[in-house]
Design a protein around this ligand. Structure first.
Ligand SMILES: [Zn+2]
Ligand SMILES: [Zn+2]
Length: 696
């Protein structure tokens, strides 16, 4: 089929499947036609070559399949897809890629040697990555066809994919163009075009991408061997390692989400790029379910709750700063007070501290004194100075120093978003200086701290131990010992945990070489993952600051430092909690604990007195004496505002010094003596129960 025919058929099928489709797709540009022509030529040659290799060798290879079963296959001919079909048609339909001796493979790529074969489906994280990565090629093809885009890169992300492309220095992609782009993506998916893997020489690569300066630069920088892999899919030919889906028809539902700008930074002068992001699923039903979940999430968005409940606001004059209002301050302080109470119980001290330090301390290591002050990005240097200010003895260890001081980070303005990422925030940060033989107990203490706080907050959590990266500083035996200590502490702790070998790269090149870390992944009440707390073991910091103490035997020794946080950024945690409870705060955190509602104007004075009693006890209490509204309207209004409790006072309550109590879920708790009600509320607040309304 010629190119024009192919193009026309594609357009026609689009018109047939979608009558509303009015986007004018321009005729394919000459370079696109040439590139595809060359690809077809090379593809035919590769198919021929493979067939002859398979025939000439005719070698039987042994494949071990997932359930332990072993089967025979033909080298250079049998594909993972054929084997999946032998196992079950469901597997063949749902598999997105294969893993062959640990390497990711296309399902249609012939096996070469004896292999250990696994199949990936959309249900796994790796499967999703393949699925979304394949989807971004579809988006790239649509952008080429509709916008004449020059493609740059298209990765999968944690939740979907994006494609960066160049439209010229002036042209940007508009939000109004997304629907047309999305329709073309859907047509391409419906056309079930196969992904075809081709090995091409450096010369052929340069020929294929001669009209794309970005790919030419990538070829020059990244292709080190004589050949590299390109994939053809419909009209698209792209430089890519793969693997991909068998064909675009596996993408049952696809939605484009955002358009924005980005920057080509790989090499040469930075170029303005356009970015379109999207998400896709194997079926339309899964896409719909995801969309519903997203709507629910938007309703729960902490920025929306923060505005509706007047908790905090942001201002364009100070991007990345959060301004807390009285009600938000109440939640904030309740959270901090909770951690402070734990500090007292657990032997931490919290020295007051400045948010500025000499700039010579700002990069985490001391040097010569400097006259300039820098905003503090972290607390570790200050705590090291406190440890070092006089000689220390082993008897003083462990020394546990905590700090809620404001921290400052130079976050890029594009990455700021609500409370999730701020330029200025507070952390429940602490450092534990201990002797090596105290490490296990201290780590266990950190884990226990974490569990008791997360339990109160209604979170579950998973732990993972990241062991040392391949390049590391210091003595290997020290690392081995520390890894063993952490593993023992985790075992002892009794919660499930997993191992992430050599995962240190996450912390960037500078820090990766000196930290051992326990990753804490918490799940909120909606089951959504967040990373908030950290426990890190540091051998290098005490050496850089030359921290010493007099050991039991009298000789100087270096302490070990544990950096740890439970809430992480208090601001961010407040956002997580707001979304987790959907604005229905548990009593102890609630900025809407009680509203007193007098039935008529005659009870207003008594209602005020009740309000004063509650406030004097340290509870948050408002009064709704608007007699222009009926009692039931005011009760309803209080419930919609998520006041944990409503105290209604009429004539009878006034004369008996009682209150009639309802909860925000409109459960009637009946008449209570005012003093007793205040006592009960205080009890429930101080024990931080999650469900005060039910257990009142
Ligand atoms: Zn790819
Ligand atoms: Zn630290």
């Amino acid at each position: 089929m010629g190119l024009c025919q192919r193009w026309r058929r594609l357009r026609l099928s689009g018109l047939q499947t979608c009558r509303l489709h009015t986007a004018a797709v321009p005729a394919p540009p000459q370079w696109l036609a040439e590139r595809l022509g060359l690809f077809e030529e090379l593809w035919t040659a590769q198919v021929k070559k493979l067939a002859s290799v398979a025939q000439k060798e005719h070698r039987t290879i042994k494949i071990s399949l997932p359930g332990g079963q072993r089967v025979d296959a033909v080298a250079w001919s049998t594909t993972p897809y054929q084997l999946a079909q032998q196992i079950s048609s469901t597997l063949a339909d749902t598999a997105v890629a294969a893993q062959v001796n640990g390497e990711l493979y296309d399902l249609e790529r012939p096996l070469e040697t004896d292999s250990d074969l696994r199949f990936l489906t959309f249900s796994s994280a790796e499967g999703k990555a393949v699925f979304w990565h394949s989807s971004t090629h579809v988006l790239g093809a649509a952008a080429e066809q509709l916008l004449g885009a020059v493609l740059c890169r298209g990765p999968s992300t944690e939740c979907g994919f994006y494609h960066d492309f160049f439209l010229g220095k002036e042209r940007t992609v508009r939000g109004s163009e997304l629907p047309a782009l999305e329709r073309i993506c859907q047509e391409l998916a419906a056309a079930a075009q196969p992904f075809r893997r081709l090995e091409a020489s450096q010369d052929q690569l340069r020929q294929l991408f001669k009209d794309n300066p970005f790919k030419l630069r990538l070829i020059e920088e990244k292709v080190t061997g004589p050949t590299a892999i390109v994939y053809g899919c419909g009209m698209l030919v792209d430089l890519c390692r793969g693997p991909h889906l068998r064909h675009t028809g596996q993408i049952g539902g696809l939605k484009l989400l955002t358009n924005s700008s980005s920057l080509w930074r790989s090499s040469g002068a930075p170029e303005p790029l356009q970015r379109v992001s999207g998400i896709s699923f194997p079926t339309m039903e899964e896409l719909r379910a995801w969309e519903e979940g997203r709507e629910e999430a938007e309703l729960r968005d902490h920025r929306r709750i923060g505005k509706a409940q007047e908790l905090f606001f942001f201002h364009e004059l100070s991007p990345g700063s959060c301004f807390f209002l009285p009600r938000g301050t109440r939640v904030y302080n309740a959270l901090v007070a909770f951690i402070r109470a734990e500090y007292t119980r657990r032997g931490f001290s919290e020295p007051p501290d400045s948010d500025r330090l000499s700039s010579s301390l700002s990069d985490h290591a001391p040097s010569h004194p400097a006259d300039t002050l820098a905003l503090k990005p972290m607390n570790c240097p200050a705590h090291c100075l406190m440890f070092a200010h006089r000689p220390r003895s082993w008897r003083e260890l462990p020394l546990r120093l905590a700090d809620f001081g404001a921290l400052h980070r130079a976050e890029a303005s594009g990455s700021l978003g609500g409370l999730t990422r701020l330029r200025c925030f507070q952390q429940d940060d602490a450092h534990i200086f201990c002797a090596p033989d105290q490490l296990e107990t201290e780590i266990q203490g950190c884990l226990d701290f974490l569990r008791s706080v997360y339990t109160v907050l209604g979170f579950s959590f998973r732990l993972a131990l990241s062991t040392r990266p391949s390049s590391f500083l210091g003595e290997p035996c020290l690392w081995d010992q520390a890894e063993q200590v952490l593993q023992r502490a985790l075992e002892e702790f009794g919660e499930p945990w997993e191992l992430n070998p050599g995962d240190g790269a996450f912390y960037g090149p500078k820090a990766s070489v000196s930290l051992l870390q326990i990753d804490v992944h918490l799940r909120d009440a909606l089951g959504r993952p967040h990373q908030c707390g950290t426990i890190q073991l540091d051998f290098q910091l005490p050496l850089r600051f030359d921290l010493q103490y007099k050991g039991q035997a009298g000789a100087p020794e270096h302490p070990v430092v544990i950096h740890r946080a439970v809430l992480g950024s208090v601001e961010r945690m407040l956002g997580v909690l707001a979304e987790s409870c959907g604005g229905k705060w548990p009593l102890w955190l609630s900025p809407f604990q009680v509203v007193v509602i007098p039935v008529g104007t005659e009870q207003e004075e008594y209602a005020r007195e009740a309000q004063r009693r509650l406030q004097a006890a340290g509870l948050v209490c408002d009064l709704d004496a608007n007699s222009g509204l009926t009692l039931s309207r005011r009760v309803r209004r209080a419930q919609l505002a998520h006041y944990n409790f409503q105290f209604v006072v009429g004539q009878k309550e006034q004369s008996k010094r009682t209150v009639n109590i309802r909860t925000r879920d409109n459960c009637q708790l009946g008449e209570w003596d005012l003093t007793e009600a205040v006592q009960r509320l205080l009890e429930l607040q101080n024990t931080r129960v999650p469900n005060a309304e039910q257990v009142f």
